[in-house]
Design a protein around this ligand. Structure first.
Ligand code: AMP
Length: 371
């Protein structure tokens, strides 16, 4: 059932990290009201909206949280599927619980894409030491071993280049359901942010290029350079098929390996995504606002890129921001700092900086200065 727009729409968010916080910050100007649910009192979305601290196993607490909500969404894909399925019997939940459950398991996710004819890395499930040896023989080295579930930012995965690597990876990962993937020799890593409203309206942002360090996203360039119309179309077609198959509403992010003029899906995220943070200042409408519009059945905003845009994640510690802040904003450049209010810790994403310029060269120069 479509709801009519009210600027008193009450939106609940499962998860209270920076993504939830940025959803709130994007939605307050539209009059939305927010609350979030997280397992920890330190959850930083709690700085900008009421936070309920509880366990995702506590159905009573979840039901109380959902009381009076118009729509519920999630900002973190390791929310247990059963909790979301339970809540879907009380309140409209977007994106669909199906999207969440498929994205939680790398084998299900790759099988889903392959069932639509969308290319992924070749893979085999691995549950025993013998299966690992057989899978390494079949796929060849190098290959990548990953936990099927609960892996993020490169955690729970190893590249296998030798029998010794296979043994070392096994020692660390055994006991978890595993997937062995063929190593994709890619030209670069790209991603697309797509969005589909409950009304069926859909839009796509330009493909962006991502740079990872130690498995963590470090930088995004938007738009990715030298993207042919055919490559952009390929990405949009794959995202469109996925959104259709998942009866999807909201923002969907898909990460790709580019191999020549072909895209190979690495993974999807059924939520707003780090490779879309640039859209806050760098696109006509941010991924956060479009996610909210989509789950509320409102018209989607224009997704056009507003210049040469770069995003740098601040990981582990805050650089000398005074220097960046004291740079006068000249006519063609804007540098925007986002800090999430998180305690700095090694490997932790604590903020990001977005640079919007009229020229790639100037953007790249500023990005080099920041790090
Ligand atoms: P993931 O956790 O699947 O996003 O993987 C983290 C990063 O590891 C990716 O962004 C790639 O840089 C690299 N990677 C993961 N899987 C593969 C693969 N099958 N072939 C080559 N590189 C990979």
């Amino acid at each position: 059932m479509e709801r009519s727009y009210s600027n008193f729409m009450n939106i609940g968010i499962l998860g209270g990290g920076q993504l939830g916080r940025m959803l709130g910050l994007a939605g307050y100007p539209l009059g939305f009201r927010f609350r979030c649910f997280d397992t920890t009192p330190d959850a930083v979305a709690g700085h900008v909206m009421p936070l309920t601290v509880g366990s995702f196993d506590d159905l009573e607490a979840l039901q109380a949280f959902a009381e009076g909500l118009d729509v519920l969404t999630y900002e973190f894909e390791n929310v247990p599927t059963w909790a979301v399925e339970f809540l879907a019997t009380h309140v409209n939940v977007h994106p669909s619980p199906l999207a969440l459950s498929i994205s939680q398991d790398r084998i299900e996710e790759k099988t889903f894409f392959q069932s639509m004819g969308v290319p992924t890395a070749l893979f085999l499930p691995v549950n025993t030491r013998e299966e690992l040896d057989t899978a390494v023989d079949q796929l060849g080295m190098p290959c990548v071993i990953k936990t099927c579930r609960l892996g993020y930012d490169g955690k729970g995965q190893f590249v296998i280049r030798s029998r010794d690597d296979a043994e070392a990876a096994w020692q660390t990962l055994q006991g978890n359901p595993l997937i062995l993937e063929q190593y994709v020799t890619f030209d670069r890593e790209l991603s697309i942010i797509a969005v589909r409203s409950t009304t069926g309206d859909k839009k796509f942002y330009s493909l962006v290029q991502n740079f990872h360090e130690g498995g963590i996203l470090r930088k995004t360039l938007a738009p990715a350079s030298n993207v042919s119309a055919a490559l952009q179309q390929q990405a949009e077609d794959f995202a469109d098929m996925a959104m259709h198959g998942l009866e999807y509403s909201g923002v969907l992010a898909i990460e790709f390996f580019q191999v020549g003029e072909k895209l190979v899906v690495n993974e999807m995220a059924p939520r707003v995504h780090n490779s879309g943070h640039w859209t806050i200042e760098g696109a006509c409408t941010s991924q956060f606002e479009n996610h909210l519009r989509a789950i509320c059945g409102l018209p989607l905003g224009n997704t056009r890129v507003q210049g040469s845009v770069g995003m740098i994640n601040l990981i582990g510690s805050v650089p000398a921001l005074e220097k960046i802040m004291s740079e006068p904003c000249c006519q063609n450049e804007k540098v925007s700092i986002h800090l999430y209010g998180k305690e700095p810790k090694p490997g932790r994403k604590i903020g990001h900086v977005t640079i919007v310029s009229a020229h790639d060269e100037k953007r790249d120069e500023i990005m080099r200065q920041i790090g």
